[in-house]
Design a protein around this ligand. Structure first.
Ligand code: FAD
Length: 503
């Protein structure tokens, strides 16, 4: 008989771990509280429109593809992708919006940068060269490996590598040291918000995110991001795995520091191993009930940790096919510093930055003919930090500011009157549907003190047979990064398996 593994959650990290474990011979069963796979990579449908709930920007496509390749499949049969050009457009709010088209062609991009003068152009190239070498160090020594014990990091070799990351300054400070132009600085550092941390606080290493966009492109998966989740679930089932939807796990059963299984509606399902993909801070406080098994992550400690920001997302069906617009558009607030301060200190944001995604610009099947599907995201505070409630008035405040901002963009002056369908996700919905602790959509904030060995790791050192994966664990948030988290988790479990006991 193959050894049984229970996975809590069919988010991307859980699916990544489940596929790998099923492939090497474990008997893997997933319990997911929602009605479909993907977690935050959920999908909504209304009036012929298809919307991705969470992730929309595909970066590092090779990481997505590898999941299918390792199972001997051709990824193009499951998740066909196209490279976007432009990758996106950026507007800076001012009396007259300043507009930039961010091409995926480095030749076109240099033309844009050189218009800012040779100092900025040299600075741009120097930034790319510098961050590329830090990226190689991060990949080889930090992102792709687990940290089980203190000596995994506190040893001369790792300390040498950590120093090479030079990550003590912030993302926006690093950019300012390379390029005097403020627009370029902001265009190349706001991406830390993709993982829920302010460019003012996020370590400069996270400037690898714009580098990854520039060097490897931004891609689109036919059918939208949720297709990735559907196809990973399909692959897992083809390999013999089992998924139970609509099934909420109430607790992880632990006896004498050893995992026994999970409890669902007072019934225990036993397993040799449990892989928990539910958000770590939630899981360690609510699913792990044995104080000893929580180790250093006591409820008090979890409460004191720093959490990423959250998101308010409007999903709109809009009249017209919007051919003049790109698939992704970022509109940066007139006072980005104030905007960032408010996200992280909890005040209501007067003039928020907005991200607009129109999947129907790339895939016409995602909206009815003559219409568009709009995804309008406003980065906001997580629930504990927010000094306001998510009332109808709060939503209306953000809806009005998003509309006022978007209506200045060419082609959208009458947007308000063209909205025919509306769905909304607030931070409360991210908490309710996916158990995101405090509704923080990117989990624990990836500050220096909450990264690498300081971040929760895949293997529980306090409970034998228990493993964690997902955005609040190492290496962090973002779809390719949690796919890696799933890989690390599966490898950690396999590493603990006594060879003779396998199968
Ligand atoms: C609005 C938004 C935009 C984003 N944009 C991007 C982007 O453009 N590109 C990008 O790469 N990343 C993006 N991200 C980040 C990315 O979506 C996440 O980092 C990633 O999807 C997290 O995956 P996960 O497996 O860690 O967690 P989750 O997706 O949260 O999965 C956890 C799963 O566990 C389930 N679960 C929890 N508790 C239980 C329980 N008790 N019993 C059973 N099941 C349970 C949940 O329902 C969920 O399915 C975005 C996220 C959001 C929210």
């Amino acid at each position: 008989m193959n050894k049984k593994v229970i996975v809590i959650g069919a988010g991307i990290a859980g699916l990544s771990a489940a596929i790998r474990l099923q492939k090497v011979g474990y008997d893997v069963e997933i319990f997911e509280q929602e009605v479909m796979p993907g977690g935050k990579m959920h999908q909504l449908m209304a009036d012929g429109h298809t919307f991705d709930v969470g992730p929309t920007l595909v970066m590092m496509p090779s990481v997505y593809r590898e999941v299918f390749e390792l199972a001997g499949r051709d990824p193009d049969d499951y998740i066909p992708m196209t490279k976007l050009d432009p990758m996106y457009e950026v507007y800076f709010k001012d009396k007259q919006y300043r507009h930039y088209r961010i091409s995926s062609d480095l030749v076109d991009l240099m033309e844009m940068v050189e218009k800012k003068g040779p100092e900025n152009a040299k600075g741009f190239l120097a930034y790319l060269a510098e961050i590329y070498s830090r990226y190689q160090v991060a990949l080889d020594h930090f992102i792709s490996r687990p940290f089980r014990k203190r000596s995994d990091i506190y040893n001369p070799k790792m300390i040498r590598q950590a120093l090479k990351l030079k990550t003590f300054d912030s993302a926006d400070h690093m950019m300012a040291s390379f390029m005097p132009d403020k627009d370029l600085q902001q265009m190349l550092s706001f991406q830390t918000l993709y993982i829920g941390v302010s460019p003012k606080k996020g370590p400069s290493l996270y400037n690898i995110i714009p580098m990854i966009e520039l060097l490897y492109g931004v891609w689109f998966v036919k059918g939208g991001m949720h297709t990735v989740a559907e196809k990973m679930a399909e692959l897992f089932e083809e390999l013999g795995g089992k998924i139970n939807y609509n099934t909420r796990v109430d607790g992880i059963v632990i006896e004498e520091n050893k995992v026994k299984g999970v409890s669902i509606r007072d019934k225990v399902t036993e397993a040799a191993y449990v892989v928990c993909n539910a958000d770590f801070p939630y899981a360690i406080t609510e699913l792990v009930k044995e104080p000893k098994a929580r180790g250093r992550f006591t409820p008090e400690k979890v409460d004191k940790m720093d959490y990423s920001c959250s998101c308010l997302v409007f999903y709109w069906g809009v009249d017209g096919e919007c051919e003049e617009l790109a698939a992704h558009t970022f509109i940066i607030s007139k006072d980005l510093d104030d905007n960032l301060e408010r996200i992280f200190d909890g005040r209501l944001i007067e003039d928020p930055s907005i991200y607009l995604h129109i999947p129907s610009r790339v895939d016409r099947d995602m909206a009815p003919s003559g219409k568009s599907s709009f995804y309008v995201l406003v980065p906001v505070s997580e629930l504990e930090t927010a000094k306001y409630e998510w009332t109808e008035e709060t939503i209306e405040h953000y809806r009005n500011s998003a509309l006022a901002t978007l209506q200045e963009i060419p082609g959208l002056s009458d947007l308000k009157d063209r909205i025919t369908t509306e769905l909304i996700f607030t931070p409360k919905d991210f908490k309710k549907h996916f158990s995101a602790y405090r509704g923080a959509t990117f989990g624990l904030q990836p500050t220096l003190r909450q990264s690498n060995h300081w971040r929760p790791q895949a293997k529980s050192m306090e409970c034998e047979g228990l493993y964690f994966t997902g955005s609040s664990t190492h290496p962090g948030a973002g779809v390719p990064i949690v796919i890696e988290s799933g890989r690390i988790c599966a490898e950690e479990l396999r590493r603990d398996e006594p060879e003779d006991d396998f199968k």
